[in-house]
Design a binder for this molecule. Structure first.
Ligand code: MD3
Ligand code: FE
Length: 211
């Protein structure tokens, strides 16, 4: 583990993409407590892809809009299809963290309206994809990794571009925008392990301007 008050180092991954190592370490415990609150109102669930596959990543959302998938397609929705109610509001501390990280990554004025919360367990993976369900690709995406480490696959603008492998640890925050906004990316199957804060899981928060 990195020291609690460390962070500060920025790893550029090429044009428009950067990893802020340890940026969320100090806040990790509070963020996870807020995730427990969110998931009490909007439980984690395994959604179905348009092709009929069950996603191995368990997901929920907070904020005005939440990312959902079912047989009808991928989209953002203001109501949780499981409960029929609005997604829980985005905690002000989440919004604040996302805005500070975006600014540190070179994107001032980021105003996220959506926070997708992904939960991985050992063996869970996310295959290579682009994030293209948002209305405006000018806004960056900010992602916060907590708990078990993962290997992030960072590809190019074509699916066939060979992805780089970027290790992500608890507290790392990544910012993707500009030329990297439509890069293909994914997560390798999570390795077995135990994290003091999350146990046998990895939690990823992805902040977006969706609507
Ligand atoms: C690079 N989540 O929810 S976050 C996703 O760790 C998603 O749960 C992964 O990909 C996770 O869609 C990766 C990092 C990320 C998010 C969006 C990107 C990287 C990105 C968009 C463009 C390029
Ligand atoms: Fe993605």
């Amino acid at each position: 583990m990195r020291d609690l008050f460390g962070g500060g180092d920025i790893e550029a991954l090429g044009d428009g993409a950067a990893v802020l190592r340890g940026f969320a370490l100090r806040e990790a415990k509070d963020i996870l407590a807020a995730v427990v609150e969110v998931s009490a109102a909007a439980p984690f669930r395994h959604m179905t892809t348009p092709g009929g596959y069950r996603m191995s990543v368990a997901m929920t959302n907070c904020g005005r809009a939440g990312w959902v998938t079912d047989r009808r397609g991928y989209r953002y929705a203001c109501d949780d299809p499981e409960t029929g109610r609005a997604w829980p509001p985005m905690p002000p501390s989440f919004r604040d963290l996302a805005m500070r990280a975006a600014a540190a990554g070179g994107f001032d004025g980021f105003e996220p309206d959506s926070c997708l919360i992904n939960r991985y367990e050992p063996g869970t993976r996310l295959s290579l994809h682009q994030d293209r369900d948002e209305r405006d690709y000018a806004a960056p995406i900010v992602s916060v990794s907590l708990g078990l480490p993962a290997v992030f696959l960072f590809g190019g603008l074509q699916r066939s571009d060979r992805p780089r492998r970027v290790p992500l640890e608890s507290g790392d925050v990544a910012v993707w925008g500009g030329p990297a906004r439509l890069a293909f990316h994914g997560i390798m199957p999570l390795a077995e392990g135990h994290d003091p804060l999350t146990g046998r899981s990895r939690i990823n928060l992805t902040f977006r301007r969706a609507l």
